[in-house]
Design a protein around this ligand. Structure first.
Ligand code: FMN
Length: 185
């Protein structure tokens, strides 16, 4: 789990904003509450660790300043360039409607989700991403509104149960490369 969480933490995001928070849920009672608000229900309670990626509900000056401050500490001498870059970003992001900023933030969670999926596969931890949940109920159960967050996507993780996994022996089905990719060179 530490390695999967570290993959999420290290995932690249637009302008390095990392506009999300990760909830790692092991608590059985909390998982049962979330199960009632999820479609693929058993996945929630069967998982050893149920992850919820929650994106910023919007960008604020304070949220962007926190990123600038972290960079300034970790990369001394870059303050002037940082201020120029993030002042331009603030001028573009802060006047935008909240839903536009949330959509942008939500897209960043998928980078982290992808890193988590790859890390889990490498570690032979089984995983199922889940979008098909009642996000409003998830937000209520996790108290996200007060934190300025909205749930985006969840990830059930657990030990492989080979004997009961009907999907395991089946071939992966994917679009052939000739349909998926156009090489313009
Ligand atoms: C963003 C995303 C959302 C998904 N949402 C769900 C979901 O809500 N419920 C579910 O059972 N599977 C969900 N999946 C799992 C996909 O159906 C699965 O990853 C895909 O079919 C590939 O499966 P395979 O690698 O076993 O072939 C989701 C996958 C992704 C990447």
């Amino acid at each position: 789990m530490a390695r999967i969480v570290e993959a999420i933490r290290m995932a690249p995001t637009s302008s390095g904003l990392q506009p999300f928070h990760l909830f790692v849920i092991r608590n059985a009672e909390l998982k049962s509450k979330l199960k009632a608000a999820a479609n693929a229900k058993d996945l929630v309670t069967d998982s050893s660790h149920f992850l919820v990626f929650a994106a910023f509900d919007t960008y604020t000056e304070a949220r962007i300043d926190a990123v600038v401050a972290r960079h300034a500490v970790e990369r001394p001498g870059t303050e002037a360039a940082l201020d120029t870059y993030y002042d331009t970003l603030k001028a573009s992001y802060l006047p935008r409607p909240d839903d536009v900023n949330f959509d942008h933030a939500a897209r960043q969670t998928y980078n982290a989700l992808g890193f988590a999926l790859a890390a889990a596969a490498e570690l032979e931890v089984d995983s199922t991403p889940m979008e098909g949940v009642d996000n409003a109920k998830f937000d209520e159960i996790l108290g996200l509104k007060d934190k300025g967050l909205k749930s985006v996507v969840a990830l059930a993780l657990g030990t492989r149960q080979a004997e009961s996994d009907w999907l395991l022996p089946l071939k992966k089905v994917r679009t052939p490369a000739y349909d998926l990719v156009t090489d313009l060179n």
